[in-house]
Design a binder for this molecule. Structure first.
Ligand SMILES: [Zn+2]
Length: 358
């Protein structure tokens, strides 16, 4: 008999962009509804570099939470060429920072201040390794000599493999992996619990054809960009395997509709409202619903050494319905993933049981 209801512990999101100001206010309820904790990305303008900045940002996130909602933001430090090892250490020890984030310069939205040469931040990596603070990596090389679709593969070969040789005990999350190459590399290092990878709902659901279906689709453009069908199938295999080194990270990254639908549309997919439904659909189609709990609730806390969440969350099968744009307080639209699949329905039948609609 087909399953029509599923209850799991409340999950976490191990990769999330909440932005700031009115955008933060507009999007945070969608994450706080479904997730107990989230790793908050630090790529604001200017980026969250110091522990004082992270503390202030964490406070703004807490202030933006609607009354009565509980949610724990886990803060990260944006590494730059000039980050101070002492401040990282202090932030980690004081419970402000949970991890550090490495953006190779120019790799994604607001990555202009990222690290230009990984070799040059060896003292920072040394500190992270010593104090057991995880390094979260946007694994792409964004130099003009590298083909856009090869950025991740080249990063793994040119940067990640040598980096791990130099710092074998450094805890690393290769974020939002998109390729078979990344899956194979992370899986091949499975004897080493220091390496893990997050996988987004959109990379499990779409291949790069979705960027061009009937015309250019700015709401399907994200970084790293969607890849081939063979890559997508590899990601599904990894996510649904239940293996501890693969876990959820939505990379939900809201932009205003006007910023996406533009001659130079921004990369980033706002998936917070639908991410859990998409994961459930994917796991069900793969015949692996029983592995959903490991992927969403167990593997992440295990890697980070954090306790499991107390509350629970229930999915129910329902008729798919249309997704509506979300509005900021200035009445500007944000389009949730999966947009415009059809006029009347999102195609998603697994839905999180909400106490009341947002
Ligand atoms: Zn991201």
């Amino acid at each position: 008999m087909a399953v029509s209801s599923l209850t799991i512990p409340k999950p976490d999101d191990w990769h999330l962009h909440l932005r700031d100001g009115s955008l933060l206010k507009a999007v945070i309820p969608f994450t706080a509804r479904h997730f107990a904790r989230a790793i908050i990305m630090p790529n604001l303008t200017p980026p969250i570099v110091t522990s004082d900045q992270a503390k202030a940002y964490r406070e703004r996130i807490r202030q933006a939470l609607p009354e009565g909602m509980t949610f724990t933001p886990l803060m990260t430090a944006y590494l730059t060429d000039t980050t101070q090892p002492d401040d990282l250490k202090r932030g980690f020890e004081e419970g402000i920072f949970v991890a550090a984030k490495l953006y190779p310069a120019g790799s994604t939205t607001n990555a202009e201040n990222g690290v230009t040469d990984v070799q040059a931040i060896a003292p920072l990596l040394e500190t992270l390794q010593r104090i057991g603070m995880p390094l979260l990596i946007h694994g792409e090389i964004a130099t003009p000599d590298v083909d856009f679709f090869d950025r991740e593969t080249v990063f793994i070969d040119r940067v990640l493999i040598p980096l791990r040789r130099g710092f074998p005990e450094l805890k690393i999350v290769l974020e939002h992996i998109t390729t078979r190459h990344a899956v194979q590399y992370v899986a091949s290092e499975s004897q080493n619990s220091e390496l893990a990878a997050t996988i987004t709902p959109h990379h499990l659901l779409l291949n790069r054809n979705a960027l061009f279906k009937g015309g250019i689709r700015p709401h399907h453009f994200c970084l790293p960009v969607l890849k081939r069908e063979t890559d997508r199938l590899s990601l599904i295999e990894a996510a649904t395997s239940g293996a501890p080194m693969f876990f959820v990270g939505t990379d939900s990254a809201p932009h205003l509709r006007t910023t996406k639908e533009s001659a130079q549309g921004a990369g980033g997919i706002f998936s917070a409202p639908t991410a859990l439904s998409i994961y459930a659909e994917i796991f069900e189609k793969a015949g692996a619903l029983e592995k959903l709990e490991a992927f969403l609730c167990l593997n992440g806390p295990l890697f980070y050494g954090l306790p499991l969440n107390a509350g629970s969350l229930t999915f129910e099968k329902e008729e798919p319905e249309a997704l509506k744009p979300i509005l900021t307080e200035e009445n500007v639209e944000i389009i949730p993933f999966l947009p415009f699949m059809s006029e009347s329905n999102s195609g998603l039948s697994w839905r999180v049981k909400e106490k009341e609609p947002l």
